[in-house]
Design a protein. Structure first.
Length: 81
């Protein structure tokens, strides 16, 4: 009896509901229209992430070129007679 009380106490302590019914767990399969919308949403999110990454890459490249130009200014190659 003590073991059953301990088990019940631990289940209550961690918020585990041992009396859930099956219909609470089962989800309905998505319709083809819902799957298409999910796919389009995922593609939109990936494209937005790619756009953000590309803009960040270009910004970093521009900054690196500016640092390089500041460290190594172009030499004056004109010949004065």
């Amino acid at each position: 009896m003590r073991a059953k009380q301990d088990q019940h106490f631990s289940l209550v302590l961690f918020g585990i509901n041992t009396h859930m019914q099956i219909h609470e767990v089962v989800t309905k399969p998505k319709t083809p229209e819902q799957l298409r919308l999910d796919s389009l949403q995922a593609n939109k999110d990936r494209a937005a992430d790619a756009l953000t990454a590309e803009r960040q890459r270009q910004k970093l490249s521009k900054a690196q070129k500016a640092v390089t130009a500041a460290r190594h200014p172009p030499r004056d190659t004109t010949i004065v007679p």
